[in-house]
Design a protein around this ligand. Sequence first.
Ligand code: NAD
Length: 327
Amino acid sequence: MDYQSAQTRVQELHELLNRYNYDYHVLDKPSVPDAEYDQRLHELIALEEEHPDLKTPDSPTQRVGGTILEGFSKVEHKTPMLSLANAFNDQDLRDFDRRVRQNAGEDVQYVTELKIDGLAVSLRYENGYFIQGATRGDGSVGEDITENLRTIHSIPLRLKKDFSIEVRGEAFMPKRSFERLNEKKIELGEEPFANPRNAAAGSLRQLDPKIAAKRNLDIFVYGIGDPGETGIEKHSEGLDLLDDLGFKTNLERKKCQSIEEVIDILHSIQEQRNSLPYEIDGVVIKVDGFAHQQQLGFTAKSPRWAIAYKFPAEEVMTKLLDIELNV
Ligand code: NAD
C-alpha cells in the first residue's frame, strides 16, 4: 500500500479501534465480535510494520485497552499490568519460540495456562491481610474495586502466611451463574450481558458492592506483581507459592520443554474447552525462568516472554464472512 493510502487507513483504524476499546473496556458492551477487533488490530500492526513512522505513541497497538470509570478512586500499579501478544496458529507459536531462544538461549522452558475470559485484577496484601484490589485500567492506573472484590469468596481476606505481596488474577463469572443472571435480566425486561467476560467486568465496576455480591463471581490467581520480592526463580514456583498462601490458582497448568509440547497441549485443551464450567478464550504460554524473562523484557504493551494463543471463534467467523470487512 502506498504511503498516503496507508496513512488514511491507519487513521481510520485508530478511530475504529478506539471506539471498540471504549465500548468493550469502559461500557462492558462490545459493539463487534472479538475476532473482528483482533483482525483490525492486526491490520494496523501490519501497516505500522510496513511504515514505521506511522506508529505513534497513542496508537491502539501501543496502549493497554481500558480507561478509568468516574466514581472509583484511582490505584497506581507499582508494576504495570500489561496485555499479551497474540498467536492465532501453530506457526505464530513457532515464531515466538524462535525469538525467545534467540534472545534468552536454548535452555528455556514454558508453562501453559488456561486463558480465563474475565477481568484482570490486582490484589494487595500487607502482613497477610487483603488491603486493596484494583482493575488493570490503562495498565498504569486502575480503579479501586476493593469492596467488590471482597465479595468473592475465593479471594482470601487473610493469607496463610504474613506476607506482603501483590498478586494478579482473572476474576470471572462461571457459565452457570452467567446463564442464571441473563435469565433473570430477560425476565425483568433488562438487556442481557453479551458474554460472561462483560458480565464479570460490569459486576465488578458497580459502585454498590451488594450487586457484585449477588453475582457469584470467582477468581483464578495467575501471577505475582513483583516476583523479585519473593526470592523464587521461576513462574511455576510462584504459582505453587500462591497455592500455599491460600489463593485459588488454576490447576490445568503444565510445564513444557519445547514449543511442540506446548502445541500438543493447547490442541487438547481446545477440545475440552466447552466442557469447562468457565469460559476460556485461549491458552497463555509463559517462559518459566525469571532470569530468562528479564533477558526478554517488554514492549510498550506486553511482555516478550509470554504469548496468548487465541482459539478460533468458529461461530463468530461464520458471522464475519457475512459482513463487509472494508469499513
Ligand atoms: P488479552 O485479553 O488478549 O490478554 C491479556 C489478558 O489476559 C490479561 O490482562 C489477563 O486479564 C488475561 N489472562 C487470562 N488468563 C491469564 C493467565 N493465565 N495469565 C495471564 N493473563 C491471563 O488482551 P487485552 O488487552 O486484555 O484485551 C484484548 C482482548 O479483548 C482481545 O481478545 C480482544 O479481542 C478483546 N477486545 C474485544 C473488543 C471488541 O470490541 N470485541 C474490543 C477490545 C478488546
